[in-house]
Every structure is written in structure tokens, then in C-alpha cells.
Design a protein around this ligand. Structure first.
Ligand code: AMP
Ligand code: MG
Length: 413
């Protein structure tokens, strides 16, 4: 039997970042950047004012105060968007707006609030001939220098990063209308089981509805994958083989099945994968979800998730989520684990265990309590959970008050 870490490391060796595709930047938010982005220009491209006010030389306002203002002739008007203005004439000020280019010779901008400019009538009043300035201004005050944000030649965005809104903004500012991102993985999924009915069908005796393919599809989309639904295969080798073939023909990047991978008399998934490709069957020292079928079907990785819905989703978090992130170009795929204090004792059989818990803030830290019945078919206890508490291998009793690591499934508050 493999440990969770051994199994995950072996599984991840079989996944590689997919090819990039080029997208318009308004389609690229949340996607993973596939190349480093080097700035082709300085940002801002020209020195500009960070305030509405008056561009001046420092020495002309050096002694200015409310009692003894500096009176300067206004020699120019520089709105945002104007071309490079004429150099500032000695002993004068130029009215300037936020974002407008600062004229050569100007050393600072005095905010309009520190002048006698009647700014409440700014739209209608003509530009004053003279301006009284109530404040001195140090060199560079309220001037954003060329390249304050970005220098030409600098790497501004790194391959592997998720394009957050600010990164999309940087691309726009640099004039990059299109960007190379990793392709989203296409995941073919199917369920197996003679007892399964489609979600819209009524149930006969002994039947249940296919829960897993919907839950797993939602998990795939959450982590950036695209879903190809292949429906339900009965517990027959030929039906499972047909699904595997369909997944191959559709060009899936990963095939996921659920159920039929244990030791039951009708567990046919392993035989089908063996017939269509190569099967590696692992028993993993974890709970829930001990049996994990792994293999490939003509080069496409295959993961056979357990049938119990909780086991399927927990195994998804542990094994499939990192595989999706790695295929999607992410450089890091570990889920962050944070310390939580147990409000009640918790037990395990010594396998690495993932318990459904409700985590809340308490003082500076977090506390956890169980959502109740931890049976691997009790899906509603996973609905209630906002975290998975990890009991490490070989620990069977974790008393109240002990501190263990937990994964967030939802925000903790
Ligand atoms: P198996 O691995 O085939 O023995 O299935 C284990 C358990 O999971 C059984 O109780 C199945 O009925 C149940 N199960 C299998 N597939 C699904 C599914 N798609 N949705 C909900 N439950 C399932
Ligand atoms: Mg079954």
C-alpha cells in the first residue's frame, strides 16, 4: 500500500503542462500565463502629474505660505492627453491636470487646494492670469516619474501565474491585446454501476441516481478543467471499454471514472483499462478512498475514483485537483494546510484521514468540529463542511484541544 504522498507523487509524474493558446485579454482573466511578459516600454511612458494643480519650479515657491503666498504668472494650461508641453517659463506656473505631461523645467506640482484657484468653478471659470500659491513644494512633489511602475525590459508577469485583474490591467497598459495562456484540460468523465439512473429518471427497486458525475464535473470546473460527460456504463467490461474509447476519440487530456475499482465481483473497470491500455492499481493508505485505479488508455492518463460520493470527491481533492492544476500550467498545486484546534476528540484507523469539519474563527486562530456521521456515502456531511481535517498516518486518537492541519473547502469565518 502506498502513502498518500507517494501515490500523489507517482500520479503527478504522468501529468505535464498542456500547450498554450492565445486569447484576447478580455477572455483571459483567471487563466494561467504561459510565457514571461517583458515590458516593451516604461509605465508611465512620460512624467505626469498625480494631482490637479500648478506645475512650478521649487525655488519660485520656496517661501510660500498662506500669509505670504507666492504670486506667479500662469504661462500655460496642460490638460490630460495634451502632447509634450512647452518648457516651463522661469518664474511662472502652468495649470496642469492629473495624468497630464509635466513640462520640462517644472520640478513639482502644487495641488489646486493649496492655491487661490477658484476650483469649485473649474469648468466655467477662465484660466486665471496669476495664481497665488500657499505652500512650498519639494522636488518631485506630485510628479509621477517615467517608469515609476514598470521599466522597459523588466519581466512584469511570470509564466505560471494566474492572471488576476491587476495582471490583465498591466497587459492592457503595455498594449498587449492578446496573451498566451495554457489550454484548459478536457476531462472525460463517466460513472459505472448497474444500480445507476440518470438524474431525470425515476428510481426502481435497488436503484440510485448517478451523483458522482455531477459532483465531479462541478469539481473539475472549479479547478479550471472542461468537462466531457460520457454518461453511465453498466458493470460490463465492454461498456467501460466503449467509454474509454469515446474519451480517446474526443481527445481528452484525462479520463475519470467512478466506482467499480474495488474488489467486488462486478468491479470491471480495472479489466477494461487493462484491455484498452495499461493499469496501475494502487491501494493508498488513506480514508476515505483506499482503492485508487490509475493507468493510461493509449497515453491518456486514467484515474478511477471510488464509488462512494464522499470518497470520490475527497480523492478528487487529493489526487485530481493537483493533476488539473499541473496540466493547466500552475507551478504550485499543493493545497494550503492551516492549523486548527479540535473542539472535540477525533478518531482514525491509522490511515491518513480526511474528516469533514466545520471550521470557525476563534480569537487569533481557528477551531474545528465534525459535521457528524463520517460515512463515505453521507454526502450531506460534506455539504456542511467548510474544511477537511487531516489526521496524519499512524495517529488514531486526536484529543480535543490538539492542533491539526486542515484544508479549506470554503471560506472560514
Ligand atoms: P463500488 O465501488 O462500485 O462498489 O461502489 C461503491 C458505492 O458507491 C456503492 O454503494 C455504489 O452504489 C455507490 N456509487 C457508485 N457509483 C455512484 C454514483 N455515480 N453516484 C452515487 N453513488 C454511487
Ligand atoms: Mg459498483
Amino acid at each position: 500500500m502506498l502513502s498518500v504522498n507517494e501515490a500523489r507523487a507517482r500520479l503527478l509524474e504522468n501529468f505535464h503542462p498542456l500547450d498554450p493558446e492565445t486569447l484576447a485579454i478580455d477572455q483571459a482573466a483567471g487563466r494561467v500565463l504561459a510565457v514571461d511578459i517583458t515590458a516593451t516600454q516604461d509605465l508611465p511612458p512620460f512624467a505626469n502629474s498625480s494631482m490637479d494643480g500648478y506645475a512650478v519650479r521649487c525655488r519660485d515657491v520656496a517661501t510660500a505660505s498662506r500669509e505670504h503666498p507666492a504670486a506667479l504668472k500662469v504661462s500655460g494650461d496642460i490638460p490630460a492627453g495634451s502632447g509634450q508641453p512647452l518648457p516651463l517659463v522661469d518664474g511662472t506656473a502652468a495649470r496642469i491636470m492629473t495624468g497630464a505631461p509635466v513640462p520640462d523645467g517644472a520640478e513639482a506640482v502644487v495641488p489646486v487646494e493649496d492655491t487661490d484657484d477658484p476650483r469649485d468653478q473649474a469648468h466655467t471659470a477662465p484660466m486665471p492670469e496669476f495664481i497665488r500659491i500657499f505652500q512650498s513644494a519639494p522636488l518631485g512633489a506630485n510628479v509621477r516619474p517615467v517608469g515609476q511602475d514598470v521599466r522597459a525590459g523588466q519581466i512584469v508577469l511570470r509564466a505560471g501565474m494566474v492572471l488576476q485583474p491587476a495582471a490583465i490591467g498591466v497587459l492592457a497598459a503595455l498594449g498587449s491585446a492578446r496573451v498566451e495562456v495554457y489550454r484548459r484540460p478536457l476531462i472525460a468523465i463517466f460513472s459505472t454501476g448497474d444500480e445507476l439512473r440518470e438524474v431525470g429518471e425515476s428510481l426502481g427497486p435497488g436503484q440510485i441516481r448517478d451523483t458522482n458525475s455531477y459532483a465531479v464535473a462541478a469539481a473539475i470546473e472549479r479547478y479550471g478543467g472542461r468537462v466531457l460527460r460520457l454518461g453511465i456504463a453498466r458493470d460490463r467490461v465492454d461498456q467501460v471499454q466503449a467509454k474509454l474509447q469515446a474519451a480517446g476519440e474526443a481527445g481528452a487530456d484525462l479520463i475519470l471514472s467512478s466506482a467499480g475499482v474495488s474488489v467486488g465481483a462486478y468491479d470491471v473497470v480495472k479489466a477494461a483499462v487493462g484491455a484498452e491500455g495499461k493499469l496501475d492499481f494502487w491501494r493508498v493508505r488513506m480514508r476515505p478512498g483506499k482503492p485508487l485505479a490509475f493507468g493510461n488508455v493509449r497515453g491518456i492518463p486514467f484515474v478511477g475514483l471510488p464509488g462512494n460520493p464522499v470518497s470520490a470527491l475527497v480523492c478528487f481533492e487529493v489526487f485530481v485537483r493537483p493533476a488539473l492544476l499541473k496540466m493547466g500550467g500552475r507551478r504550485r498545486w499543493e493545497k494550503p494546510a492551516l492549523p486548527v484546534t479540535l473542539l472535540e476528540p477525533m478518531h482514525s484507523d491509522g490511515r491518513e484521514s480526511y474528516l469533514r469539519v466545520i471550521i470557525e474563527r476563534r480569537g487569533e486562530g481557528y477551531v474545528a468540529r465534525s459535521t457528524g456521521d463520517q460515512g463515505s456515502a453521507v454526502l450531506t456531511s460534506l455539504v456542511q463542511a467548510n474544511g477537511l481535517l487531516i489526521i496524519p498516518e499512524n495517529v488514531t486518537e486526536a484529543p480535543a484541544g490538539s492542533v491539526l492541519s486542515a484544508w479549506a473547502l470554503e471560506a472560514w469565518d
